[in-house]
Design a protein around this ligand. Sequence first.
Ligand code: GBH
Length: 617
Amino acid sequence: MRRRGREIDRASFGAVLVASLALLATARASDEATLATEHPKSRAIPSRVSGASTSASADPHGAVTVLKASNARFPASFAFGVATSAWQIEGAGGKRPESTWDAFAAATLGRDAAAEMRRGIEFYERYEDDVKMMSEAGVKNFKMSLSWPRLMRADGTKREEGFKFYERVLGALRKSGIEPHITLFHWDTPIWLCFANRTRSSNGVCEGAWARDEVVEAFETYADAVFERLGKGVKYWTTISEPKTICELGYGAGMHAPGRRGVEEQLKVGHNMLLAHARAVALYRKKYADLGGKLSLNLNSAWAEPASDSMDDATAAANAMDEELGWFADPVFTGDYPRSMRSRLGYFLPQFTEEQKAQIKGSVDFFALNHYTSYYVKHVPAPVAASQLGIGGKPQPWEITLFAESSKEPIGKEAQSNWLRVVPWGLEKILLHIKEKYDDPEIIITENGVDIAEKGDIAETLDDSERVQFIDAYLGAARSAMRKGAKVIGYFYWSMFDNIEWVDGASKRFGLVYIDYSGKYGQKMKRYPKKSLEHYSAYMRGEHAEEPEEPEPALGVARENNAMDDMIASFGKRSDGEALAMRGLGVTFACVFIAAALAKRVRIDIDDTPNEHSGLV
Ligand code: GBH
């Protein structure tokens, strides 16, 4: 009888275990719904042509699934925030001296337009109300940049008025329990950096700014002043926002300030930015380590998807990722530019000295990614005629061309800006690419957002369901990458407010909050929350946070004994193993309990020596 009792015990245990595992698997499957059903199935991108060591595998874990937004749950520690930048919101209040953007706007758009842009959204005057609005919306993390010309004079002295302003802003944020994430430089170069002797030349044309070597030291002096005066209590810093955009548009294509055009110069500018970044980080680590902040630089990159299954397109896409992301990410992680860039750009690409390499390598504490969109990449043999360039296509000597359309279909729905296609699965792919290629760093998505054109009246514009869907879909994609092992620790929506969208001025609207630019002076700039603010607030308030883990029942089973974890983990994908194992362990304990209870009851029916099997488990 005793024997029979034991057999039933085992059978019950097995049955309950199998049933529980099946339930567990079903629960997981229902978490994941394919939101973007028509994304191309993943294609592996081979190693770079020139034979650099790591391969840029697009998706090492098979097809991309995007977690359905309503189901997306984030770890309680995940940082949700909103982003802005100084020139786009502050305005020139406080007698802010001129930056290259003020001069460029005046030169290209005319004085009236430039004067409007110099008002920003009047954050300088209205910051208290704006911080209050953020606080009420549940904002816990605020990414802002500092205006370099507001803080430093040409002779290297500090502008007190500027520092006082940011002290007030940081004070207001602190009082509201909002964590500041500060970017030292988001495109608004002091105008004095344009000129050799730091005074304006007679024709006023910018003679270099970031192309001039002295910028590196000027940036270090600026960073030093900021760390010293504003560094206390600031835990997250980035030095330079989107060096690639500044190089390509400001110094390559001449479409952004300071409006210069030159292939060689843009590479030189990128080089100086890397040197300036590394110097600022080294300075912080040496002089301000006790402040305990983490530093990085914001790298923007689209995801480059091969336009076809051909080897040529796959290679072109891998090269495109080297230029989109590797141009700046490779140096800060490995100490030098991607080999594919070196082999194709040759002497155009400057060299680092060994000492510089050592300083640049490892100069980030986390990966700060700005990501908005994805493109198809087709192989186009150089030289490329300007007319052949797709959206985002690059001038000579790049052979990479990015296309918003494949031969058959657009890669995603077009936003208000034609460069921005809504492609949530691209975010998952780029996060996994970063994990694979840059040794699994912690990643903060420091910008992601969408612009939507103004509709008939304000009420209609405020009803921005497309933005709500965008946020859910992109966050779902981020969560999906996290489930596959990417260490994403934060996400910032760009932007909290509609703002001055560089050359496009007030016309492009990325905000969670609508700014009314119309009306008479004195009545303008009123703030109206959009539907998306309320929606995103739920994330920021923690309503999408995962339930805390159940405490383990005290059964005297040592946690290190994880053979069962392994077995259960093997039911999921390898990279999901750890998360699964944690849940699996809980289920296992439950199974064991149920099995023990069942066994006990059965045994009582068939055998009346109840205490004999008490050592079952
Ligand atoms: C962000 O960059 C900026 O950091 C932010 O200031 C800005 O408000 C936000 O974009 C929205 O535009 O004109 O076809 O050559 C995002 C990365 C890189 C996207 C340059 C647009 C230009 C495409 N940007 N890109 S095109």
